[in-house]
Design a protein around this ligand. Sequence first.
Ligand SMILES: [Fe+2]
Length: 225
Amino acid sequence: MRDDFDHGPDQDPDPDAALDRRGRHAADGDAARPDGHGAATAAEDGAGTPAGHGGQETPTAAEGPLFKPETPERTDLIAPGVRGVELELAGHVYDLRRTPVPGALIEFWQCDQNGDYDTSGFSLRGHQYTTHRGAFRLRTVIPRDYWGRWGRRAPHLHTRIHVPGGPLLVTQLYFPDDTQAYGRDFAALNAMDPLIDRACTLTLTGPLEGRYRGTFDFVVRTGGH
Ligand SMILES: [Fe+2]
């Protein structure tokens, strides 16, 4: 299913090419690091480009009690009625040799701008498959912090990655300390979250016109390596 990312005719329908054109992070001077620490520069100039170093496997995290299977297949989670600070997230799924993984199943679920999960329906829930270049993209909103069974949780996205023939990766993605949303102090929220793993922090640019753009590359174990 197509998403709503490509707003104009000059946008390449391939997420990789679209990232190239936007030139995001080009000025960062940050080497491509498929571990979520740095901008996905190499990924943007052609997934599969040998990075010269092995990727670090994405850390796992608790799934939590609010996962739901059989979500709609979609890359746009902003349904009517969803309010919040918009986030366009893009990235790739790589194996441990930094080879893009096509056809990987990615499931996302998260709370809304009030810290609430939809447990009766599928708001802010969805699944998709990576492209032939191992790319994914997601349009959603930045979630809010909430009080959970482990204490106060910093804003996070839940995700599960399932590579054909490989083990299931369950993890959570976090936001940089300087993220601006809902008047919340993300630095303080990140600091007090007992579950946070900084290796799973998105790289963000923005906000621009009220919208953030983010990148994150997953590095997963596959059946062969
Ligand atoms: Fe959560």
